[in-house]
Design a protein around this ligand. Sequence first.
Ligand code: UD1
Length: 366
Amino acid sequence: MLIDIIAGARPNFIKIAPVIEAIVAKKKEGVAIDYRLVHTGQHYDKKMSHDFFEQLGIPEPDHNLEAGSGTQAEQTARIMTGYEKLLMSQPCDLCIVVGDVTSTMACAITAKKLGNIKVAHVEGGIRSGDWTMPEEINRIVTDSISDYFFTTSATANDNLRKAGVTTDRIFFVGNTMIDTLLKQLPFFTPPTIWNTLSLTAGGYIITTLHRPANVDDASGLEKLLSEIIKASNGLPIIFPVHPRTAKMLEKTGIKADNLHMTEPMSYLEFNYMVKNAKVVVTDSGGITEETTVMRVPCMTLRENTERPETCTVGTNELLGTNPDAIAPAFKMLFSGNWKKGAIPEMWDGKTAPRIIEHIIHIFGIV
Ligand code: UD1
């Protein structure tokens, strides 16, 4: 059986690494299972792509569709055209897509439309309810055509059932992002800035911002950053800047003695910084899962989340996008009363082997 593994953007790379590892382990045991890694090329910078492959030990992609940047439609179209060409000359039996990025949706549609390829969605069923996010549309479209769903939470299972998915196609397996986190934890390494600024555990803030709602308007971005700076009590704010945000930051010219902007960090360096941070202030979804497992306080600058368990079980608080919410949250943090959190069910580092066991069973592979 040949499985295509699709990866396009930074968070995908973290999610596919353990899935590939689990397939390779089964192949070594003599199970008739193999994979082909398809990189769509949505993220192409060394720091957004190559460094992740290297650090996470992901093999070289078998195919790179080189889709590159563009509008949502341009990117989707290039990924679909490239993947369709590949599937028409060399089909697979199952296409595994992960997460909610444009590559996820584009490849799911392409595989499904060819008629005889099954589609499995790892991280299926999560919903923010916010239709202005491209990721929410990607989730809904992908889930509406997938055959099998490997889910991270009971809420995701409920969402799928409400959408009419039969229970026999939903597999609650946990979180592959956490498989990677727990495996790599002993190898986290401090980035250069750790020494340059003589940082100490619990003595700084990490910020990441890349959602269009927060960064595509220069004055809004400036207001958010100013509030973080004001609320920070002078602690160093380390801000690894996503390329999308970098373009807008140039227009703001914002500066502060304790604001340190850096290039995007590698996986091992970034998570070293998260693990030791006083707090993480972010608009990412994936990072809120990592802070939950590492029990680091997290403030999310979004109105909603598709990962509610990071708030109900974990250390995450949704502050919304109004900058006025930042100061009270920091007050709570500095008073020492931030919630300690717990680890969500099945986020135990063994999700990918569970996924592959289910696939072996579903397809009757021997
Ligand atoms: C994408 C995902 C988002 C994910 C994020 C993580 C979608 C809709 N969004 O958002 O869910 O959280 O990745 O990083 O798929 N760029 C570079 N170098 C690169 C990649 C992108 O300079 O290697 C630039 C592009 O030119 C573009 C901008 O960054 O202007 C945005 O890239 P894009 O892939 O469209 O979306 P992200 O904002 O990265």
